[in-house]
Write a protein that binds this ligand. Structure first.
Ligand SMILES: CC(C)(COP(=O)(O)OP(=O)(O)OC[C@H]1O[C@@H](n2cnc3c(N)ncnc32)[C@H](O)[C@@H]1OP(=O)(O)O)[C@@H](O)C(=O)NCCC(=O)NCCS
Length: 206
């Protein structure tokens, strides 16, 4: 089993503390379209992830996907938020249903993060994933302050491979990703540093 991130440059104590504080400080305006998941959101989060077109490619989600497992997943992220090590962010549609989510794992000691998530099938394949991921990477490097982002994707998750490579990530090979219920899934593993992100971003603008 691979422990990610594969590249590990220890952050100094001040840097790690500042990343932790930035994660803990994340909050969204009340009544907005983006919220931090709370236990009460389990039923509407479950409605999203119960669809295999959402959850099948995502190794971090519990399988089988049940309401209790969805609630436990949220509760783990509430604890991670309090420690400054993770966030579960829900995107709501106009009816209050969950139309997508970001699952962010942060390792302050390595100044690194991993972004996961999904978009509801009726919104997939229209460029929202690429645009949302680009904004999220900007925010991870610029606001949370990490120096490395790593990503994993199932071997056949071509959309995610393309999306990441277009944004400047490079493949470091394949790893076994630990499944929450035990066992492993083979994944393509990607990384990008802050310097690489800034360079890729500048060339996109230019
Ligand atoms: C993966 C996901 C977030 C991508 O978001 P999306 O809005 O559907 O995808 P986009 O429209 O932004 O397209 C992403 C890339 O895939 C390409 N693509 C879209 N459909 C494709 C297909 N059927 N075959 C090959 N490539 C395809 C797009 O051209 C784009 O490539 P580009 O950036 O080089 O133009 C979304 O499909 C999703 O939630 N999937 C289910 C869960 C999942 O796989 N999550 C990621 C786990 S790591």
């Amino acid at each position: 089993m691979a422990t990610i991130p594969l590249t590990r440059h220890p952050a100094c104590a001040e840097k790690a503390a500042s990343i932790r504080a930035a994660v803990r400080a994340v909050a969204f305006p009340p009544d907005g379209r983006r919220i931090l998941a709370a236990a009460d959101d389990a039923p509407r989060f479950f409605e999203l992830i119960r669809d295999p077109a959402v959850s099948a490619p995502i190794y971090t989600l519990p399988k089988p996907v049940t309401l209790d497992a969805a609630r436990a997943f949220i509760e783990r992220h509430v604890e991670e938020h309090a420690r400054g090590e993770g966030l579960l962010i829900l995107d709501l549609d106009g009816l209050g249903a969950v139309a997508g989510y970001h699952d962010i794992q942060v390792w302050p000691v390595w100044s690194a993060a991993e972004l996961g998530g999904a978009i509801r099938p009726d919104r997939q394949n229209a460029g929202h994933g690429g645009a949302g991921a680009s904004a999220a990477f900007d925010w991870l490097f610029g606001v949370i302050g990490v120096d490395l982002v790593c990503e994993t994707a199932a071997l056949d998750n071509v959309r995610t491979h393309r999306l990441l490579e277009r944004l400047g990530f490079h493949r470091l090979g394949e790893i076994d990703s630990d499944l929450p219920g035990g066992g492993a899934r083979r994944s393509v593993y990607f990384e990008m540093t802050r310097a690489e992100w800034n360079q890729a971003r500048a060339s996109r603008i230019g």
